[in-house]
Design a protein around this ligand. Structure first.
Ligand code: ATP
Ligand code: MG
Length: 391
């Protein structure tokens, strides 16, 4: 969510008030931020100048704060409010609960905690979601057999190919579940707006309106749902919240492509089991093929009634020189056929990540675009796994 031009009022006094104002400036980039002391607040704001969000410093004079909160509650459309600080008094919190949209952020906190709380409060009112089909959209998950195999690249190209085919008629989302340092946002030059930390404490609040706040438009005609870089991203997001984001996404979008982390998390198997197709990307090197073979057998053993993992071979050379295995040799090493392959095209791949966007937008003639089209044809033709289950 962008806070640009949002009217935010920070109420506090002394050095603690100043510290809170500073944290708010960092949390709400581009917002129109004003500061005030609790007992010098206008009784009413001129129309169009009412704050949309009031952030109150809990250490300020309690009587003045209580009066202020009561005053806010009387407004025809009370602003969203956050009470932030240590030693929150029960009386103040009770007063705060009279406001339709309020939350408490306990110390120690930083800009991120403030932004997460504000995202939940300022999300648009829940709109009625009419699922596209009784089963919702289709969901394809992509993961890599080894680091750098090309999972993110394939996920982006699949999303872009589906968006291009639907010509605006279908909604496509790419969800990057590499919650600590996902690369999809950087590859696309799009913003990463998902913040799962606070939403994980209240997963029932994850709805279509919050998903809209988490999503950002990406070049290529689809939405990106990715978490802003956060070294603790995996620890602060709960499995319930992640699965709920995906559930809502499948209701809202016709196609959901998931870039799944390579290292197993507690929720990985659930995410894969809920997908219609599961793609494991490998390179044509012996270690990568061995890793792909091992990963696929592990997944087959665990995904009892989930989708069968399919292998996509990446960076295929047009002609093989040197000791790199050919596709046929690779399939022999894998003990199975590959579902598809992407030609190696370093120039196109590098140009698109440097310019920001899918390869098919910047280098539509690249073999990679055609290879992805072939793969999409095959995946669309396959009976979705969820339909197999229903049958
Ligand atoms: N077919 C291809 N031809 C040339 N370069 C490619 C191709 N596919 C991917 N690349 C490049 O390889 C690098 C790694 O790709 P990518 O980030 O998609 O891999 P990944 O599996 O998502 O990696 P990670 O394990 O870090 O998540 C990127 O620089 C990407 O542009
Ligand atoms: Mg990746």
């Amino acid at each position: 969510m962008s806070f640009a031009d949002r009217r935010v009022l920070v109420v506090g006094s002394g050095s603690e008030g100043e510290a809170l104002a500073q944290a708010c400036r960092a949390a709400f980039e581009g917002a129109r931020l004003e500061t005030a002391v609790p007992d010098a607040m206008p009784a009413q704001w001129p129309a169009g100048h009412e704050p949309e969000l009031v952030v109150l410093e809990s250490g300020a004079d309690p009587v003045a704060l209580a009066e202020l909160i009561a005053g806010l509650a009387k407004a025809a459309q009370p602003p969203a409010a956050i009470l932030a600080g240590a030693g929150l008094s029960a009386g103040l919190v009770r007063g705060l609960l009279r406001l339709p949209r309020a939350d408490v952020v306990e110390a120690p906190f930083g800009p991120r905690e403030l932004a997460e709380a504000a995202q939940l409060l300022l999300r648009p009112a829940e709109t009625l979601v009419v699922p596209a089909a009784p089963t919702g959209g289709r969901c394809w998950t992509v993961t890599g057999a080894v680091g750098g195999a090309g999972a993110t690249t394939l996920a982006i190209e699949l999303a872009a190919a589906l968006a291009e085919r639907s010509q605006g008629q279908k909604r496509v989302a790419l969800v990057d579940l590499n919650l600590a340092d996902g690369a999809a946002a950087a590859y696309l030059g799009a913003s990463a707006n998902m913040m799962l930390g606070r939403a994980s404490q209240e997963p029932e609040r994850i709805d279509a309106a919050l998903l809209e706040v988490f999503a950002s438009p990406a070049p290529g005609g689809f939405d990106l749902i990715a978490q802003a870089r956060d070294p603790h991203g995996f620890e602060t997001a709960s499995a319930e919240a992640i699965l709920r984001v995906l559930d809502v996404a499948i209701q809202v979008y016709d196609f959901v492509i998931i870039d799944a982390p390579r290292h197993r998390r507690g929720w990985t198997i659930d995410v894969m089991a809920g997908s219609d197709a599961l793609l494991v990307v490998s390179e044509l090197t012996v270690p990568a093929l061995l890793a792909a073979r091992a990963l696929v057998s592990e997944l087959e053993a665990e995904l009892h009634d989930g989708p069968l993992p399919r292998i996509v071979l990446n960076r295929l050379a047009k002609r093989v020189f040197g000791p790199a295995p050919s596709t046929a040799e690779a399939e022999k090493a894998l003990g199975r056929k590959a579902e598809g392959g992407l030609t190696s095209d370093w120039e196109a791949a590098a140009a698109s990540v440097n310019l920001g966007g899918p390869i098919r937008s910047h280098r539509p003639k690249s073999r990679i675009a055609r290879d992805v089209d072939d793969l999409v044809d095959r995946l669309l033709a396959a009976v979705p796994h969820s339909h197999i289950k229903a049958a």
